[in-house]
Design a protein around this ligand. Structure first.
Ligand SMILES: [Fe+2]
Ligand SMILES: [Fe+2]
Length: 157
């Protein structure tokens, strides 16, 4: 967390892995520990990550970006996608919990898992390809130190 942009990127890598696990589960391959870890990740780290972006990064980017970055459009698109992820993610976590209690996934559960997985990958690809490069250029060193403190503070609660 001392290097916030690297931290964000690392979280995206973990989300990517989680998305592949979602695909595997939808394909019928799973073990209980794997599903349990995935539920924990989606319930906690994934939710924290969205909040880090919306509470800390997005407002800072809005402040430090130049008009030619057209950041407002990008941020509102990403925030819309976060809302979608929250809705679908809740359903996904419910069906994963059902799976742990011995109930099979229905065809529509499986479909939802793969749609969610694809959505996660597509979202983080945009953030890695567009958002992070802009952030590297626009967010100054002092602000990065402030971000680092905020990230730690949010987790200390
Ligand atoms: Fe995001
Ligand atoms: Fe992200």
């Amino acid at each position: 967390m001392d290097e916030p942009l690297k931290f964000l990127f690392a979280e995206h890598q973990r989300q990517r892995q989680a998305s592949f696990i979602l695909d595997a589960i939808a394909g019928g391959a799973f073990d209980d520990d794997g599903v349990r870890n995935l539920v924990k990740f989606l319930d906690q780290d994934f939710v924290d990550h969205v909040a880090d972006e919306e509470i800390i990064f997005f407002p800072l980017l809005k402040k430090q970006c130049q008009p030619e970055d057209k950041i407002e459009d990008l941020l509102s698109r990403l925030a819309d996608e976060h809302r979608e992820d929250e809705l679908v993610g809740d359903h996904v976590v419910d069906s994963l919990r059902n799976l742990l209690s011995g109930r099979q996934l229905t065809a529509s559960d499986k479909k939802r898992l793969t749609i969610f997985a694809k959505h996660i990958r597509q979202h983080l690809a945009i953030e890695n390809a567009i958002l992070l490069p802009i952030a590297r250029v626009r967010i100054d060193t002092d602000s990065l130190m402030f971000v680092s403190e905020m990230l730690k503070e949010r987790r200390a609660r």
